[in-house]
Write a protein that binds this ligand. Structure first.
Ligand code: IYR
Length: 242
């Protein structure tokens, strides 16, 4: 290890009383269980500081080698939103009409999605998250650039997007995680550099009046969590079996 690069500082950590930890944990879980993906947005604008705060939270996400390989493009310009909608719908018309298998369309049927994407123009804000496949270093004179290898880009950006969705939800905003496919048009329309590829489009705003959402259930904790505890001492009446 190159020790000259390692300059640790004391951890700023607040150990919570268990009761406080439990209260916060339950409040967070309760709030997150109310998150729903929304597809019908009001055109009402949202305060930009809420968007900035959420992106600041997302930008604190852990990432491979702390390279933070992401860019959050925040679009409020109606003309740009219209361009994105048109390009997304062109791709999605192909997807729903030809490219998606019957099996895929059957898997989506309960969500009620179609090729039409009015949320791309109705939502007051679109956040397009770009993943930086590699970094670009510019020399001090600003004349030369070099490519910097990035690590665990997909994992890092996925974690940051999860934190972004959580932060936006807790700020009282509705979101949609939209992945038009292919997404190449986004880098083009938004003039992103060659190291960036679109990862997801997130319309953000308030639900339109009368918004409905699909009936969905989530897997239970017992479906998704497997415990590996040490076996209880033999003869212990309290042994956990399930
Ligand atoms: N990208 C398309 C189709 C789609 C695919 C999945 I997997 C979804 O969970 C939802 C939609 C669209 O946005 O309509």
């Amino acid at each position: 290890m190159d020790d000259s690069a390692y300059h640790p500082v004391p951890l700023d950590f607040e150990r919570l009383a268990e009761s406080e930890a439990r209260a916060r944990s339950e409040a967070y879980t309760r709030a997150m269980l109310k998150r729903r993906t929304v597809r019908d947005f009001s055109t009402q604008p949202v305060p930009m500081d809420l968007i900035e705060n959420a992106i600041t939270a997302a930008n604190s996400a852990p990432s491979g080698a702390n390279q933070q390989p992401w860019t959050f493009a925040v679009i409020t310009d109606p003309a740009l939103k219209a361009k994105i909608r048109e390009a997304a719908e062109t791709e999605e018309r192909e997807n729903y009409g030809r490219r998606m298998s019957d099996e895929w369309k059957a898997a989506l049927a309960h969500l009620g999605t179609t090729w039409e994407k009015p949320h791309l123009t109705d939502a007051p804000v679109l956040i397009v998250v770009f993943a930086q496949s590699y970094g670009i270093a510019v020399d001090p004179a600003g004349t030369d650039t070099a490519q910097i290898k990035h690590y665990y880009v997909t994992e890092s950006v996925g974690i940051a997007v999860g934190m972004l969705l959580s932060a936006l939800h807790l700020a009282g905003l509705a979101t949609l995680t939209h992945t038009p496919s292919p997404m190449g048009f986004l880098a083009e329309i938004l003039h992103r550099p060659p190291n960036e590829r679109a990862f997801v489009v997130i319309p953000v705003g308030y639900p339109a009046d009368g918004t409905v959402v699909p009936t969905l259930t989530k897997k239970t904790l017992f479906d998704v969590m497997i415990r590996y505890d040490a076996a209880a001492p033999s003869g212990d009446e309290q042994a956990v079996t399930g």
